[in-house]
Design a protein around this ligand. Structure first.
Ligand code: NOJ
Ligand code: CA
Length: 697
């Protein structure tokens, strides 16, 4: 009894101390552009704010968790208030590292760090830390649960991270969802976000809305006074993806984690960390495109010798299925993945210097694979009778081309997990060193979601396991990337957004799509977007098709530069390219890995102009794209080596080009340029311009 009284008195003293301890700890970024402050408010709630050049980006916002004990499934006292600050340390770091591939050859990682330790009062107190890293272009913070007596296994019922904004910003958003990110981006004020409105949420496959005010990250925003703000996460491992729910009353976004089949969010065991929550900010949109903060927040590569990882361009037996010329299954009588057809692609790849040929529909099961919660569909080792694995291995090797394997799991992930080793051994035996995975449909284990903790761990397991077989990876329908390609550089690309395929069989992608994606989806890493469509009217393939591609041909070329990915497809068919080899020359020439990138001008949703220097060469490639509006711009080639002469080949929209009326009209001109040259570019509505700039020999 006496003990209890003393304990209560001590707790009270502590609590009184805590409610008066309100001092803010403020940390500035290395160049002082950004100020991050942390404090505990009167209720002992952890609070933070972010300023950019003395302008509020994140107003005082709360942080914390609701936890449950795993065994008894009972709530623990929430880690959202009545907390005491038990320690804080500050440090700084300024280093550089070299990515295996990417948009630049060297990345600076320069930040100031604040680590605060927080503890509960009362019986069985739980403690946790928050680590903030303050960069010149943004802030990252993560929660850390250290090993401790009162917390071992636990369940995260919800994370309570708030981002209170300083206005009703313009937002580039897709609906919050547990399963899919294949939506057309919307551009509205945050207060107008409404995922229930069909005009904001065109239909996609496996999807599960969260609520009408929820959006996904990376969320791109622009304030009325011209700040570009992006909220996302980094190093998403062993934790579900974060969506954000908007509340107009206090202009706040609050984390909503993707649940598992039981409604829980994450199962953790201390010591444990969450992913980093990232807030990128600048008064220049181009700074966000150039940011490496999300990569910097990921762990270094675990692959000691990455010499087998090879960025590459590829073609494939793919678009012909999407436009209806061929099929994945062999029963239809128009099977795409036949030995003869694959050889045609191998020949085309070899002739044009492409490293890879993707083949979809090679394995049995495609007759009944889609959307039925069927567990055992594919086995990944049994080819259709008209696909000769051995002969194609011989043929591809003789042409020095690599076949890319396709593993459509049909979202039956239990089935895939059982077969991964067998499948990768089969690949190695037949000369494959890259795989495209796919997760179309409802996830099995039933009740799990594409973006939940269980699946997040699956995608990482696949990256690790493929790495152990020296296999490169391209995942379709995974969770959105968060910079993990730094840690697993064999994970070349992901889809995780609405790709080119939608132009083949839906209302398509709007012209603004391509000038939004770099600010949203690409914040987390490369995308297998599959550009390069030259046959822009699909009734060419099928008289009943009305779809068009919603870009000009020159824009399709420019996408190879505005999109940064070590894996780029030339998605159209060989016979289409063969009719336009002059324009195809750009795709033959363009690189996929870079020593440097110059983000020359950009406005999300409107336009982007980027120049990149091909890895290990003196050649540059420039891409400029616009939305549905035509655009004139000038580019200053001041980034070229002074005094050197270059040949610029300019692949431009023809004067009468228009993505709706005349998409295929292009003109190609050549001129000698140097670092003093300024080029005037004219982009058609839905258009673009691609330029190769190679040293004069
Ligand atoms: C969707 C993928 O994004 C696409 O590339 C693939 O062709 C189909 N699924 C079939 O697996
Ligand atoms: Ca897809």
């Amino acid at each position: 009894m006496l003990f209890k009284k003393t304990f209560l008195a001590a707790a009270l003293v502590l609590f009184i101390q805590l409610v008066v301890a309100q001092e803010k700890i403020t940390v500035s970024s290395p160049n002082n552009n950004i100020q991050l402050s942390f404090w505990l408010n009167e209720q002992g709630k952890p609070m933070y704010s972010v300023y950019y050049k003395n302008r509020p980006v994140i107003n005082s916002s709360s942080m914390g968790f609701e936890l449950k004990q795993t065994m008894l499934n009972v709530a623990l006292p929430a880690l959202t208030e009545k907390l005491a600050l038990t320690g804080s340390t500050q440090s700084a770091s300024n280093t550089t590292w070299k990515p295996v591939w990417g948009d630049v050859k060297e990345i600076r990682d320069n930040y100031k760090q604040l680590r605060v330790s927080l503890g509960q009062t009362g019986e069985k107190p739980v403690s946790f830390n928050i680590i903030f890293k303050v960069f010149d272009d943004g802030v990252g913070f993560r929660y850390e649960f250290p090993k401790q007596a009162n917390l071992n296994h636990f369940i995260v019922s919800e994370e309570k991270t708030q981002f209170r904004l300083n206005g009703d910003h313009k937002a580039f958003w897709i609906p919050g969802d547990y399963d899919s990110n294949e939506f057309s981006p919307n551009v509205t004020k945050l207060s107008e976000v409404d995922s229930d409105d069909p005009k904001f949420a065109a239909s996609i496959f496996a999807h599960q809305f969260i609520d009408r005010r929820a959006v996904q990250t990376p969320l791109m925003m622009k304030s009325d006074d011209g700040l570009y703000i992006n909220i996302h996460e980094a190093a998403l491992v062993n934790y579900p993806a974060m969506n954000l729910r908007y509340d107009n009353a206090d202009k706040s976004l609050t984390s909503v984690l993707v649940p598992d089949a039981l409604g829980n969010k994450a199962y953790l065991q201390a010591p444990a960390v969450t992913p980093w929550r990232t807030i990128l900010v600048s008064d220049k949109a181009t700074d966000l495109l150039a940011s490496h903060t999300i990569l910097n927040l990921n762990d270094p590569s675990v692959i000691k010798d990455p010499s087998w990882i090879k960025p590459t361009k590829y073609v494939g037996v793919w678009w012909e299925m999407h436009v209806g010329k061929a099929s994945w299954d062999s029963a239809s009588g128009k099977h795409g993945a036949t030995t003869a057809n694959v050889k045609r692609y191998i020949d085309f790849a070899a002739k044009n210097g492409f490293g890879g040929v993707l083949v979809e529909g090679w394995n049995v099961g495609w007759e009944d694979w889609f959307g039925q919660y069927k567990e055992n569909v594919f086995d990944f080792v049994t080819p259709y009778g008209d696909f000769d694995v051995k002969e194609l291995q011989r043929y591809a090797a003789s042409k020095k081309v690599k076949l890319i394997m396709h593993h459509e799991t049909s979202a039956s992930v239990t089935n895939y997990e059982r077969q991964m080793d067998t499948a990768y051994r089969f690949m190695k035996k037949f000369g494959y060193d890259a795989v495209k995975t796919g997760y179309v449909g409802h996830i099995i284990p039933r009740g799990e979601h594409h973006d939940g903790q269980w699946m997040v761990n699956h995608y990482v397991r696949v990256a690790q396991k493929t790495a152990s077989y020296k296999i490169m990876l391209d995942a379709h329908e995974p969770v959105r990337p968060t910079g993990l390609s730094r840690t697993y550089p064999n994970w070349l690309a992901c889809e995780a957004a609405r790709g080119m395929e939608f132009n083949a069989w839906s209302e398509g992608n709007k012209p603004q799509h391509d000038v939004i994606l770099p600010f949203t989806r690409f914040m987390g890493g490369p995308m297998d977007y599959t550009p390069g469509i030259f046959q822009l009217e699909l009734n060419y393939w099928d008289k009943n098709k009305k779809e068009t591609i919603h870009t000009t041909l020159a824009k399709q070329l420019a996408l190879y530069v505005t999109i940064c990915s070590p894996l780029q497809m030339a998605a159209d068919l060989p016979e289409v390219y063969e009719m336009k080899m002059d324009a195809f020359q750009f795709i033959r020439d363009v690189a996929v890995d870079w020593d440097d990138s110059k983000y020359l001008e950009a406005e999300p949703g409107d336009y982007i102009t980027v120049a990149r220097k091909a890895k290990g060469t003196n050649s540059w490639f420039l891409g400029s794209i616009t939305d549905e509006n035509s655009r004139s711009t000038t580019v200053d080639l001041g980034f070229l080596d002074p005094g050197k002469k270059y040949t610029a080949i300019i692949y431009a929209d023809a004067d009468d080009a228009d993505y709706q009326k005349n998409p295929a009209a292009y003109k190609i001109t050549k001129q000698v340029v140097d670092s003093k040259t300024t080029l005037s570019l004219k982009l058609a509505p839905g258009g673009g311009c691609a330029i190769s700039i190679m040293p004069v020999k």
